[in-house]
Design a protein around this ligand. Sequence first.
Ligand SMILES: [Zn+2]
Length: 372
Amino acid sequence: MRSTPTMPALLSTPNPSRRRLLQATLALLAARAPLAAAQQQRIPIADMHSHYGMLTRTMASSGLAEDMRSQRVALVAWKLIADARWIRAGDTGISQVSEPAPGALAEHFNTVLGRMKAYLAANGLKTVLTAEDVDACIAGEPGIVLASEGADFLEGQVDKLDAAYQQGLRHLQLVHYIRTPVGDFQTVRPVHNGLSDMGKRLIEACNQKRILVDLAHGTGDAVDQALAVAKTPVVWSHGWVTQSGGNWLDRFGYLQRRLSLDHARKIADRGGVIGLWGLALSAPSPSWSGGWSVGRRDAQAYAKELANLVDKLGADHVAFGTDIEGVGPNWSVNDYAQVRSVVDHLQEMKLASSVIDRLAFGNYARVLKAVL
Ligand SMILES: [Zn+2]
């Protein structure tokens, strides 16, 4: 609350007009206190991966800003899909369907980022650019971290990163679904043995520029090589974790997208955070779903998977990475009221409040502040 710092000055002055001002101020504060207190009691929410308003909703009428405000959502990594025009969802997963023409990836990025920034301006949403901005968002102002799912817009040129940073990009996922000079990703046969030289230079450039590196969709080798280069904590913004991890030969995309527990722990050991997605299966079953237990609209099952991951990785290394709209109809949560209900379920499950705080917002806030 901005009026707080001036209070001691008001209290110390005997001037009658100042005293009347003081009384009016106190009355105003008293009137607003219950509402503010109720709002402050709600645990802030941070989401490391969201396509809200980009795929199944129309951005302008998506209601993202209202949803963030009403649900006390502090931080959303709003993910531009860098290769969206060149991929398609099939029966078993998402894959590349065409080859971008020279310049088309950069043009796509600029067009979509422009639309995103126009939305933020029209709706008065804060763009998170600095560590101080992160603090302001946790304190109560909802903020968007401009993020890209895929570094494809660079078209292989690391020096183009500066222009994206100047436009506000602060969170960069290296790879997605189309062939890229950056490195290997989980859903096709590897060709780079992990990261390319350009991919490694890109991580160095992100560290220099103070852009958060997101390793989601990368292969295990790419994760290992990225961790060897990175000087600050990284995130795996969305996906899930199993003992052995996925393989590009797995039958379904969601199985390919498993991160091994070993790699998740390596990311955690370096101070990083794993975002658990809100993917839902139409009929999850221990016999065929590989252990993922979340069915459609089942926010409680999502809460249980989050708690399970906390058991495996520790409370400092798990966060929301909902992938809202990215999972199409296969969602357990599709808006922030539903994400709020996940937090409620975690409370009903009697997780310690310090654990819920870290999971719900603290961990993403921490890595952002460490990087920005
Ligand atoms: Zn993704």
